[in-house]
Design a protein around this ligand. Structure first.
Ligand SMILES: Nc1ncnc2c1ncn2[C@@H]1O[C@H](COP(=O)(O)OP(=O)(O)OP(=O)(O)O)[C@@H](O)[C@H]1O
Ligand SMILES: [Mg+2]
Length: 508
């Protein structure tokens, strides 16, 4: 029986890297097929081959029984393939409508009026359950919303093959639910889907089967995920058993390192008060949009405060600006590390060694002495950053490995007192998460106070000594490690369900 979409013995080599060797698998209509593997295993490379961006060195791509040669993106699009890339590709100045109409414009809307185009866009977004203004510019949307626009574009193009590369990494819970509904609908309509994610629960929830890659080779293929356990998938990906990815050990806590008092700002209207101790890992849990990142930016002096103070032990007075914060050893590793941190044309080593302090002073000095080489080599090994050498330009690394390299920059920071780290393991594979936790434990051992913001509940429960929950711009609770469990943390972090219309009449 021939399959709808089939990869046969695909091979792709880059200088110094064998990205794919002899990879074969198939996807049929009405199926969602998962691709799994550690950072750098070759998943995105395979999608880029399907998308006509890379030409394979060997092997065949078969679609509906015939061999296809995609040599540019247009070929792949014309064949009915839509790819939602890990790195979003869009024109930020365009509106949502213009973006969705790209490609549709000449045929469907030859000379129609703008009003009609707006209506078409609004109707379609509504039908897909996406609540975004058609006239908003992409640049003004959240990363999650941009991702949703990209996904709607693929759906509206009526592609037969839809491949999604880590689509949920920046989506809110609600957005993910909308996406999952769309995926199920596409599947029911007979589309063939490929789904890449490091979140195994999503693989179980959405996929019919999956293929696991390791170092560019296919190491396993499963056709019935109900027969497979999570541990089996993890073992397949990392090639070893991971007993306890958190591996938490209690630490002795020191004095109070930082006190935040009555801090409020635009997106955190309710004043927040808490403190963190030396050697403590304090987890901040909440859903995307709960105000955690905003609170951290207020602490760091990156946003304008309405009220409140931030004081560090041993330092006189209120910390009010970024430069004051970093001089005092208070450092924030932002959520959107790539946008805020990467220097694409530079090497992995340079990207690790640009001090985030210097970074904020907007002065980059690239001095390649042996100390820097040592730091780079150390973190490449510690976090298992997959790169042919420290001299490789960072833009050639896989998405997750770029994340690791930029993270290393903050972890390598000297004279830290308080490290605020926002979503430390986003886009990072299961195996490497463990290594990142070990680095955080190591910093805490040395007396650094670590504040970890995360949307991953198991991570917050597994790593934190204490947990603070946030919801809708305010702190809603605090639990010690020993008292915290999934249920009570979630209860504190979820919005109290909206009042019924009868109780609170809707005023429009
Ligand atoms: N254009 C390129 N030039 C050089 N090397 C590349 C290029 N594109 C990918 N690679 C290398 O190929 C390997 C596979 O990368 P790929 O992006 O496919 O990984 P991935 O499985 O998607 O990882 P992640 O989970 O981190 O996104 C990596 O080692 C990467 O560094
Ligand atoms: Mg990738």
């Amino acid at each position: 029986m021939s399959h709808f979409l089939e990869f046969r013995s695909i091979t792709k080599t880059f200088p110094g890297v064998k990205a794919l060797s002899d990879v074969s698998f198939a996807v049929d209509r009405g199926q969602v097929h998962g691709l799994l593997g550690e950072n750098g295993a070759g998943k995105s490379t395979l999608l880029k081959i399907l998308g006509g961006e890379y030409i394979p060195d060997g092997g065949q791509v078969m679609l509906d029984g015939t061999e296809r040669h995609f040599t540019r993106s247009r070929d792949s699009i014309d064949a009915g393939i839509a790819i939602i890339h890990q790195e979003l590709q869009y024109v930020p100045e365009l509106t949502v409508m213009e973006n969705l109409l790209l490609g549709h414009l000449p045929t469907r809307f030859g000379f129609v009026r703008r009003g009609e185009a707006i209506r078409w866009t609004r109707d379609n977004l509504q039908r897909l359950g996406v609540d975004i203004d058609p006239l908003a510019r992409l640049i003004d949307l959240s990363i999650g919303q941009r991702q949703m626009v990209e996904i709607c574009k693929a759906v509206l193009r009526d592609a037969t093959v839809i491949a999604l590369d880590e689509p949920t990494s920046s989506l809110s819970h609600r957005e993910s639910e909308i996406l999952f509904r769309m995926i199920r609908d596409l599947k029911a309509r007979g589309k063939a889907l490929i789904y890449i994610s490091h979140r195994l629960e999503e693989i179980f929830e959405l996929c019919d089967g999956c293929t696991i890659f390791r170092d560019g080779r296919k190491v396993a293929e499963h056709h019935d995920l109900s027969q497979i356990t999570r541990d089996q998938l993890v073992q397949g990906m990392v090639g070893r058993e991971i007993k306890d990815i958190f591996d938490y050990k209690p630490r002795a806590l020191g004095e109070v390192a930082m006190t935040v008092q009555n801090l409020s700002g635009k997106k955190v209207p309710t004043p927040a008060t808490f403190s963190v101790r030396k050697g403590e890992i304090l987890g901040f849990f909440g859903l995307v949009g709960a105000g955690r990142s905003e609170l951290m930016r207020l602490i760091y002096g990156a946003d304008v405060r309405a009220t409140g103070t931030v004081e560090l032990d041993g330092i006189k007075g209120n910390i009010t600006s970024i430069s004051q914060a970093i001089h005092s050893g208070l450092v924030l590793c932002p959520e959107d590390r790539k946008q805020e941190g990467i220097v694409p044309g530079r090497s992995v080593s340079e990207n690790i060694n640009i001090s985030c302090r210097r970074h904020y002073r907007r002065a980059h000095f690239f001095v390649n002495d042996s100390a820097e080489a040592g730091t780079a080599e150390g973190y490449i090994k510690l976090l298992r950053i997959k790169t042919p050498s420290r001299h490789q330009e960072i833009r050639f690394l896989s998405g997750g490995n770029q994340q690791k390299a930029i993270l290393a920059r903050w972890l390598a920071e000297q004279d830290l007192r308080v490290l605020i780290i926002d979503e430390p393991t986003r886009g990072i594979d299961v195996g490497a998460k463990n290594e990142i936790y070990q680095v955080l434990y190591g910093l805490a051992e040395k007396g650094v106070a670590v504040i970890m913001v995360s949307s991953e509940l198991p991570e917050v429960l597994g790593v934190s000594d204490r947990i603070i929950t946030m919801c809708q711009g305010r702190i809603t609770g605090e639990l010690n490690r020993t008292d915290a469990n999934e249920r009570n943390v979630l209860t504190l972090a979820l919005p109290v369900s909206a009042p019924t219309p009868a109780a609170a009449p809707v005023t429009a």
